[in-house]
Design a protein around this ligand. Structure first.
Ligand code: SF4
Length: 527
C-alpha cells in the first residue's frame, strides 16, 4: 500500500476515554509499574474502537481540529488519515510525507505527571508510549521521505533542540495550530525545508474549523483562552474567545452522530458569551438549552469552571442544575483550580483568578463556591499547587487549612507540584521532591486523605449511573478499592514511622526499606 500522504496520530494513552469518568483521567499520569500493564491498558485506559482501516472512532479534540483544518485547507480525505498507533503500519507507505502527532505531555513532565513520578519514581506511560510511537519500524523504513511534526498542549516540552534531535522530531508547533498546519504540511509534502519550531497564531473564532468526526468523551470546544492571566499559565490562554453558538451546535451534531453526548469544553464554561471576567448567565443558559434541544442529546457534561464565577453567579448554578435535572445521585463534575489557600500567593501569581473578588477573599470564595456547588449537585475536581515560587511556610499553612475546610464537600483536591511554565518558565525552576518540606508533605497528605475518603463514594455513584461496560466498571472498582487500601496503609506508615515526611519515606523505600505494616488495611466501604 502507498499509505496516506498525511498521517495524524497520538500516543496510545490519548486513544482512550478512561471509562468516561473525569477522575479516571489522572490515571494516565501514574508511572509504569504501579499497576500491571495489562490492567492499566485493559481496565483504566482501554483503547477506543477503530474502523476497518485502523482509524480511531474517537480521538483527542486537538487531533480532530487539525484533521479538520487540513481538510479545510484543501487536502482530501484520501490524503489525510487519523491512525490509531496500534495500526499505524497500515497508514504509512511510499506516499507518506508527514506524520503529525498531537501530544498532551510527551515527556511526562506536566504538573500531574511530575507529582506522581517524583513521589512514586519511574516514568509515566504517556512518555513511554510517545517514544515507542516515534521508534515505529514502518516509520523508520520510510523515514527519509517523512517529516515528523508534533503539536498539541504538551508541545512546549519539545522546544529544546537536543530533545527534538534525540527523538527524531523535525518540527514542533507551539500554540494554536489550525492556521499554520496547512501551509506547513504543504511545504513538507513538497520536500521543502521546514522550520524546526513554529509558533502558532491565535485563531479567531470564525477561522476555527469544525470537527468532522467525534472526539473522545464527546468533547466540543465552546470557548478558547481564559484571560485571567495567571503567571504560570501558557500564553495562549491570554486571549479569551467564545465560539458562535451555531458552530458549537454543528460539532454537537457530529458528536451525537458518532454516538456520544457532548462534553462542553472551555477554561470556564460558566463564562460562555462573556466579554471579559463578568459572566453572561443568559448566554450560558441559551447555550445549554440549545445543546440539550439537539436531537439525540440526553445529557451534557462540562470540562472546567472557575470558583470565582460560581460565587459571582450562584443563580446560574441553580438554573443550570434544574435544567440538567441534577440530583444527589445524578451530579455533574468539572475541573477547577484552587491552587492555593494563601491570599499572598494569590496576589503575587493569580490576581485575575479571583476576580471579581480580591486575593484576600480567596479562601472564603473557595469554601463558598464549594457550598454552592454541593447545594446544586456539582462535584468539583480541584487542583492545589505545591511549591509555588516565593512560597513561605505560612502560605502552605493557609492551603492546609483550606483543604481541611473542604472536608465535608463531595469533591476531589489533587495536589500538583509546581511546573515552571508561562511567563515564569525562564525565571524560576519547577518544584521537585528534594524541595518538599514537612509542611508540603502535610498538605499533600491532607489532599490524599480527602480524596481517599470521597473516591469510593464517587466511584460507586458514578458506576451506578454509567452506561459503560459493567464488567469493566466492577474490575475498575475492585482495583481502585484495593489501591485505596494500600495508599491508606502507606499514609499511616508515613505519619507513624516517618513523622509525616513524604520525602523521608520515599528516600527510605528507594534505599530498600522494608514495609513496617504488612497487615491488610481495611478496604473502605463504598456505601
Ligand atoms: S484561571 Fe486557569 S486557565 Fe485561566 S489563566 Fe489561570 S490557570 Fe490559566
Amino acid at each position: 500500500m502507498g499509505g496516506y500522504k498525511i498521517v495524524l496520530t497520538s500516543d496510545r494513552t490519548l486513544m482512550s476515554e478512561y471509562g468516561g469518568a473525569i477522575f479516571m483521567g489522572f490515571s494516565a499520569c501514574i508511572p509504569k509499574g504501579v499497576i500491571p500493564d495489562w490492567a492499566y491498558f485493559n481496565i483504566f485506559c482501554p483503547s477506543v474502537k477503530v474502523d476497518r482501516r485502523g482509524s480511531p472512532l474517537y480521538t483527542s479534540y486537538g487531533l480532530r481540529k487539525i484533521e479538520a483544518a487540513l481538510l479545510d485547507y484543501g487536502f482530501s480525505e484520501e490524503e489525510v488519515a487519523v491512525a490509531h498507533p496500534d495500526y499505524i503500519d497500515r497508514f504509512i507507505g511510499d506516499s507518506t510525507r508527514v506524520i503529525g502527532l498531537s501530544e498532551n505531555d510527551p515527556l511526562g513532565i506536566g504538573p500531574a505527571t511530575t507529582t506522581f513520578t517524583e513521589i512514586l519514581g519511574g516514568e509515566a506511560y504517556m512518555a513511554i508510549k510517545f517514544r515507542e510511537l516515534l521508534s515505529n519500524q514502518t516509520l523508520a523504513k520510510y523515514r527519509k521521505n517523512i517529516k515528523v511534526i508534533v503539536g498539541g498542549p504538551g508541545a512546549w516540552q519539545l522546544e529544546s533542540e537536543s530533545v527534538r534531535n534525540e527523538l527524531g522530531i523535525d518540527c514542533v508547533i507551539i500554540g494554536e495550530g489550525e492556521k499554520v498546519v496547512g501551509p506547513l504540511f504543504e511545504k513538507a509534502i513538497r520536500g521543502e525545508e521546514i522550520p524546526s519550531i513554529v509558533y502558532g497564531d491565535v485563531v479567531d473564532v470564525e477561522e476555527m474549523p469544525t470537527i468532522r468526526r467525534p472526539a473522545v468523551c464527546g468533547l466540543v470546544e465552546i470557548s478558547r483562552g481564559c484571560g485571567r492571566g495567571c503567571a504560570f499559565c501558557v500564553p495562549t490562554m491570554l486571549k479569551f474567545r467564545c465560539r458562535p453558538l451555531e458552530d458549537i451546535l454543528e460539532e454537537v451534531r457530529v458528536t451525537v452522530r458518532g454516538g456520544r453526548n457532548p462534553l462542553l469544553h472551555g477554561e470556564d464554561v460558566l463564562r460562555y458569551g462573556a466579554k471579559g471576567i463578568e459572566a453572561n448567565p443568559e448566554a450560558v443558559m441559551k447555550l445549554f438549552k440549545s445543546v440539550l434541544s439537539e436531537p439525540g442529546v440526553t445529557s451534557v457534561s462540562i470540562s472546567h469552571f472557575t470558583l470565582s464565577t460560581v460565587v459571582a453567579t450562584p443563580r446560574l448554578i441553580e438554573n443550570l442544575s434544574s435544567l440538567l435535572g441534577l440530583s444527589k445521585n445524578r451530579w455533574i463534575s468539572g475541573q477547577t483550580g484552587i491552587e492555593t489557600g494563601s491570599p499572598r500567593m494569590m496576589s503575587i501569581h493569580m490576581r485575575g483568578k479571583c476576580k471579581p473578588f480580591r486575593p484576600e477573599d480567596w479562601p472564603d470564595v473557595v469554601v463558598e463556591a464549594f457550598q454552592i456547588l454541593a447545594d446544586n449537585n456539582w462535584v468539583p475536581c480541584g487542583t492545589m499547587i505545591v511549591g509555588l515560587p516565593n512560597e513561605e511556610p505560612r502560605d502552605v499553612d493557609y492551603s492546609i487549612e483550606l483543604v481541611r475546610n473542604l472536608k465535608s464537600f463531595k469533591s476531589l483536591v489533587v495536589p500538583l507540584f509546581f511546573v515552571a511554565a508561562g511567563s515564569l518558565e525562564d525565571k524560576v525552576r519547577s518544584f521537585k521532591l528534594e524541595d518538599l518540606t514537612l509542611k508540603h508533605s502535610e498538605l499533600i497528605l491532607e489532599c490524599w486523605e480527602h480524596n481517599l475518603r470521597w473516591t469510593p463514594i464517587l466511584m460507586n455513584e458514578y458506576f451506578k449511573l454509567s452506561t459503560r461496560n459493567r464488567i469493566l466498571c466492577s474490575l475498575m472498582s475492585v482495583i481502585i478499592r484495593y489501591g485505596i487500601g494500600r495508599v491508606l496503609k502507606l499514609i499511616d506508615e508515613c505519619r507513624r514511622v516517618y513523622g509525616g515526611d513524604i520525602k523521608a519515606i520515599v528516600e527510605a523505600y528507594r534505599k530498600g526499606a522494608k514495609r513496617m505494616y504488612d497487615e491488610t488495611y481495611p478496604i473502605p466501604s463504598t456505601s
